[in-house]
Design a protein around this ligand. Structure first.
Ligand code: GLC
Length: 495
């Protein structure tokens, strides 16, 4: 609970969360270099005893808020050292510049204490489904930038191994693609949703992380550095693209519902040849009630209107969402609080895919059945991006209220990874307990909401130079007539 305790006091929920985070510390050569994903007292399963880069972002937020920056620094250097590099060996291997999804410290059973330790990084070669970790490098950039903001240490980013890692990431993420869009073309399951769930192509969560990673890179690189100029150019193109084409609200849906199809040439209004009949009824109902959000995916004849929480919340905290969008998003969240927020966290994706859609999109994945796990499950880790976004949008009260209800419950349930059910009321059927980022999110969110003045090192303030560039009329390859089209006259009588 937040209210009953002052800044120096700690609630039982926080004390429990801090204990989970502390227990999760992963050591290498005696130094803490990360946190394992979960310390479930049950049998150790799969890779939950590894440090996931994306999970550590939440741990880093909690650790930096508590003034514990040493392990964050050690993590940054460790992961820089694990980055995939160009090598002489032929065959399938991680692309140079890629950061691992996770790493483990493997101990040689015969060696003495501290001796015979090695790091084993997973770039997807061991992961379930062999999924690629496109988000890891972007999270790493965000952690590096947050460390700098929280500590004032401007030397780390200049250390050769860290500078080299930044260069490697930007070389990979800014390379030419098969398409002419500023968004990243990504394979399925390459981020937090690391299973098939129809999140390939241009999924929002990854695009917003790309935006955030580029912003972080622009901040840590010096003005005048040509690498920074390239990152900034892509940032602007990406930001325009996402703001213009992903945002959905009543006005946009009125335009899309009247799109002409099968257009060719420069003066198109419907660049992706979206078929208006494909818009599901629930979206129309949602948007006619007010508010708005960023669509889950966009591509040829494809507008995925599912609500993806991570991308939407990070859009606000990282400044992708202009004030009007941030406001619209929180109005939507308030209107659909029971559906999206439930009792224990935030729905990762809403609504779930069901029936034949579920079978086709997930490959009949039994872990992602409707209302469970990634497919309509509620995630306590999202309390952290919720708190961060709510502060930016001026809706801290909403996040505070959610956190007050959730934290005692999470503590009682021993910090589950996720919850099931339409309102998130049941512990996830296959959820780990003592899940580190569930506990870290409660700590980081509490710190952000308790002190409105506290710096949020993962959030980005409005940057006037960036806004001017985003609003500028510079040519963009994906600019077309559609962006100029405003809502047509909405007929007042049936047509
Ligand atoms: C699951 C989640 C992934 C997370 C990992 C460790 O694989 O889908 O997002 O990073 O568990 O918690």
């Amino acid at each position: 609970m937040i209210d009953p305790v002052g800044p120096s006091e700690t609630s039982a929920g926080e004390a429990s969360a801090a204990e989970v985070l502390s227990h999760a510390r992963l050591r290498f050569g005696g130094e803490v270099v990360g946190t394992v994903a979960a310390c479930d007292p049950g049998p150790v399963l799969l890779n939950y005893r590894e440090c996931f880069v994306r999970d550590f972002a939440v741990s880093a937020a909690a650790l930096l808020a508590a003034g514990q920056s040493d392990s964050v620094r050690a993590f940054i250097v460790t992961v820089a050292g694990l980055q995939a590099r160009a090598g002489a060996d032929a065959g399938l291997r991680a692309a140079p510049g890629l950061m691992p999804a996770s790493f483990a410290v493997v101990r040689d059973a015969d060696a003495g204490d501290g001796a015979g330790e090695r790091m084993v990084a997973d770039f997807g070669q061991r992961a379930i489904g062999r999924v690629a970790p496109i988000d890891a490098a972007l999270w790493w950039l965000l952690i590096l930038r947050a460390y700098r903001r929280a500590t004032g240490d401007e030397e780390l980013q200049r250390a050769p191994e860290v500078r080299g890692a930044i260069e490697g990431i930007l070389a990979l993420y800014l390379q030419p693609q098969f398409e002419m869009l500023p968004s990243l073309l990504v394979p399925d399951g390459s981020a937090m949703i690391d299973r098939r769930m129809g999140v390939y192509g241009h999924p929002l969560d990854v695009q917003v992380l790309f935006w955030a990673g580029l912003r972080a890179a622009c901040e840590v690189l010096d003005a005048g550095d040509p690498l920074r100029d390239r990152a900034f150019e892509r940032l602007v193109a990406l930001g325009r693209h996402l703001r213009r084409h992903y945002w959905l609200d009543r006005t946009r849906i009125e335009v899309i519902r009247r799109y002409p199809v099968e257009e060719f040439g420069d003066a198109r209004r419907n660049p992706w040849n979206l078929h208006p009949d494909a818009i599901p009824t629930w979206t129309m109902a949602w948007l006619s009630e007010g508010g708005g959000y960023y669509a889950g995916n966009l591509g040829p004849a494809r507008l995925d209107p599912r609500f993806f929480a991570l991308g939407n919340l990070l859009a606000v905290s990282t400044g992708l969402a202009p004030a009007a969008h941030a406001d619209g998003l929180f109005s939507l969240i308030e209107r659909h609080e029971r559906d999206l927020l439930g009792e224990t966290g935030f729905k990762l994706a809403y609504p779930p895919v069901e029936g034949r859609d579920w079978a086709l999109l997930t490959g009949s994945d039994q872990k992602n059945v409707p209302w469970s796990y990634h497919n309509g499950g509620s995630w306590p880790m999202l309390l952290w991006p919720l708190a961060s976004a709510a502060r930016v949008a001026g809706r801290a009260d909403l996040a505070r209220h959610v956190l007050e209800n959730a934290v005692p419950r999470l503590q009682r349930d021993d910090w589950p990874e996720y919850y099931d059910g339409p309102y998130g009321g049941l512990i996830g059927r296959r959820a780990r307990l003592r899940q580190t980022w569930s506990a870290a999110a409660a700590l980081a969110a509490t710190a952000l909401l308790r002190d409105p003045e506290a710096e949020d090192p993962f959030a980005f303030a409005r940057d006037e130079a960036l806004e001017a560039a985003l609003e500028g009329a510079g040519p963009s390859v994906e600019d077309d007539a559609s962006v100029e089209v405003s809502a047509p006259d909405v007929p007042t009588r049936g047509t």
